[in-house]
Design a protein around this ligand. Structure first.
Ligand code: PLP
Length: 382
């Protein structure tokens, strides 16, 4: 089986099934619709989107995006509350530029998105972690930490967490907002998976509370359309938007990504986005079912995991004495790979966890990956 035939340009050995990679298969990228959207956009007489962009981002697109988000969220989103970005990675780096200096403390979750940890490390920030349980960030621990710390911000992934797949329930969201309002703590909520639910609707996005505490909600088209577009948004209050648009970067280059914004504006206006998200939910929902069934069948009973309700990931806990970094060496010999748990801990803990993703491969490859993984874990149990 050539398991790499549907892959984007990822350099993997032939026949390797890399269950760690969190990005969509090539055939889930809607090239035909994007072609139509680009033609629609380029047929316009006014080509303002090829000039330097407006500071907050392409105004047409902010209008359309605000309308789209208003249709999906419980509360109205105003175009004035949006700042267009090159995706959440760039948004995080931009937030570090504006709100931190090297040595500042930033609160992160344990576990957290490993590449966000890398961005914060590049900025030489002092990371302090708050645990995540089955209901997301443990807000009681946050409250306690804030008795002695004055962090620059808190970074959280509230919905369909990467890697833990957990979701912060409404009550804890309200708690979090209350704590951050009391302590004047900026919350950076990475909501990249918010639209990818496979059963019930998630609680309201953290963007709902931009008026109640200092909060920036980050959204991205990487998981709901195509990561190569490098397009996302910040949703926050008008005061913070004003502050951010005063940056030298925006002053020099204009708002981020005006041309791609106009193409995605057409994509949404032509009705493609809603249809595409619906399609993704059907495909991923089906993949989860098959993959989880196969994992249950092939993984030894000591491997514990929960069926994700959304997002991209399955977070597997192995017995305490196992180290998934060395397990990975063995796994690669069997043509299967994953991401080891320690990547997701800024202290390099969580050694007995591993992250699996189901966005990249079709069901048959996922099933074969589960079989190979089960064999490797079984052989390495002591
Ligand atoms: C939690 C989280 N944030 C951000 C990103 C990257 O987002 P973007 O492609 O918008 O930079 C990812 C991608 O895996 C992610 O899982």
């Amino acid at each position: 089986m050539d398991s790499n035939q549907t892959l984007p340009q990822i350099d993997l050995p032939r026949d390797m099934i890399h269950l760690g990679i969190g990005q969509p298969s090539n055939h889930l990228l809607p090239i035909k619709e994007l072609e139509k959207a680009a033609a629609h956009c380029l047929s316009k007489e006014n080509s303002f989107f090829l000039a330097y962009g407006e500071e907050r981002g392409n105004a047409n697109f902010r209008q359309t995006l605000a309308k789209f988000l208003t249709g999906q969220y419980p509360n109205r989103v105003d175009p004035e509350q949006l700042l267009i970005t090159n995706g959440n990675s760039q948004a995080l780096d931009f937030i570090c530029t504006l709100f931190t200096k090297p040595g500042d403390t930033v609160l992160v979750e344990e576990p957290s998105y490993f590449l966000a940890l890398r961005i914060f490390a590049d900025r030489k920030l002092n990371l302090v972690s708050i645990p995540v349980d089955d209901n997301g960030l443990v807000t009681d621990v946050l409250r306690k930490k804030l008795e002695t710390l004055k962090p620059s911000f808190l970074y959280t992934i509230p919905t369909y967490h990467n890697p833990a797949s957990v979701t912060l329930p409404l009550k804890r969201r309200e708690n979090l907002v209350e704590i951050c309002a009391q302590n004047d703590l900026l919350v950076v909520a990475d909501e990249v998976y918010h639209f990818l639910n496979y059963s019930d609707d998630p609680p309201p996005p953290m963007g709902n509370w931009t008026g109640t505490c200092p909060l920036i909600s980050l959204g991205s088209f990487s998981k709901i359309l195509a990561p190569g577009l490098r397009l996302g948004w910040m949703h926050t209050n008008v005061g913070l938007i004003k502050k951010m648009t005063k940056s030298g970067l925006i002053d020099s280059g204009g708002g981020f990504n005006p041309f791609t914004s106009e193409i995605v504006n057409s994509f949404i206006c032509l009705g493609f986005l809603k249809v595409h998200i619906k399609h993704l939910k059907t495909v991923y929902g089906q993949r989860i079912k098959v993959f989880c069934d196969q994992l249950r069948m092939h993984l030894p009973k000591q491997a514990k995991f929960k069926i994700p309700k959304g997002g991209y990931f399955i977070w597997v806990k192995l017995p305490d004495n196992m180290d998934t970094k060395s397990l990975r060496q063995e796994a690669r010999k069997h043509n299967v790979d994953f991401h080891q748990g320690s990547l997701f801990s800024h202290n390099k803990e969580l050694k007995n966890y591993l992250r699996l993703a189901f966005a990249l491969y079709d069901e048959d490859v996922l099933a074969e990956g589960a079989r190979r993984l089960g064999k490797v874990i079984l052989e390495n149990l002591s």
